[in-house]
Design a protein around this ligand. Sequence first.
Ligand code: AMP
Ligand code: MG
Length: 486
Amino acid sequence: MQSDFGFNFDNSYARLPGILFSFQEPASIPAPQAVVINDELAEFLGLSPQALRSEAGTAVLAGNENPPGGLPLAQAYAGHQFGHFTMLGDGRAILIGEQITPSGQRYDLQLKGSGRTPYSRGGDGKAALGPMLREYIISEAMHSLKIPTTRSLAVVTTGEQVQRERLLPGAVLTRVAASHLRVGTFQYASGLRDEKVLKQLADYAIKRHYPDISLEANKYLALFRAAVRAQASLVAGWMLVGFVHGVMNTDNMTISGETIDYGPCAFMDTFDPAVVFSSIDYHGRYAYANQPKIAAWNLARFAEALLPLIDDDQEKARLLAEDELKNFHAQYNKDFLDGMRRKLGLKGAQEEDAELVGDLLQLMYEHRADYTNTFLDLTFGRFDEGSLYRSEAFASWKLRWQKRLSGNAEPWEETQKRMKQSNPAVIPRNHRVEEALRPAVQAGDYRPLHKLLQILADPFSHSPEQAEYAAPPDPEAPPYRTFCGT
Ligand code: AMP
Ligand code: MG
């Protein structure tokens, strides 16, 4: 039976020093039912969607049965949460194994919401259905938007209720990640004051994510450099689609450069650099426009953890790391501006491009324009609705843009074709996500959710049915709020 699944597990994390994790079986679940399974991802991983959909498959995805070759464990980590250092660890997630795909890539399969672990602190180790479905929708949408991210293989309801502000149906999400190594994993290892452990962890990260640097003279500095690059490009990707992560604590920043932790995240509708969705982000620490700065702050914490490996002379190590960190903003600005050039259809790079982009964003802000749709309007030449397009400032901006485009030396159709590939027809708008979650959670009706998943699966196709999902929320609707610890 089990060989039909296609599981091809290795457990390299379990070969690291034992202080970095705890073996932990997932809790057993009374009445598991698979409600969403990601066939495409299953096939990519070399797993059989049919087998996963069977009763035996549900038992695995619920944590009731270990897949063959799996060695379940919870990882230890620490982290700065809203700037304050805390010991954490997988409090409600269990790594069940590392799947080696048919093309030889390694992915963690992790069950989220599968019971208490030694790192649960006061928590119940469980997860509610709504937030797990939300993570499924948004992480898969991010993948379709071509932004590096952990992915979602399945959501299984447990048949149990979990106690939050009120009782909610429980669920387990299967998260798939290039790894779950976080900045916080290194902060934890560094706190052990055992250089051997730290070195083993760093060597592991290099081997798993950046094997090309293993021969560099200072490979630990090179590891830091690689993480700086990956994060600069990741955060630029977020900014270009209007994504607000919402909880950029150091434990929620991966070494691989994948987006992780879809708790309080949200996509913005109206362009506003100060936008915050999280109900507990009182000071706007993780506001849209702060994200690059926070990423750099988190990377500084990563550097601090790596210092003992970078050079025996700690002062020298600090200077070397600081030099690398300085590149973050240059790298980020380049990635962001290049992305904006693609969104505006600009070929090549001109001195004036940054100003052209900045002026457009400023106008969008002043006119409370919808971020995603403004770029679609530019792509499709739709300038009939909204105060932005009636303003003189926009008319003169548009002339500058068109003048810049005339240097492309190609027919408009070619430019438009490229813009369509860089400006998504749809993003997971909060009101649409909520509309899909409500019937699923309250009535077990998953049709709106599947429809939304299908609409979001190919955001660059610009199909007619996507138009309905592109509409911003009712302007009278109260501001959208998200919640942590869900
Ligand atoms: P997060 O806000 O999801 O990044 O989680 C921060 C920390 O709290 C992590 O160590 C989580 O494992 C832990 N945590 C979150 N929810 C729970 C829960 N229901 N039970 C136990 N630990 C949890
Ligand atoms: Mg987290």
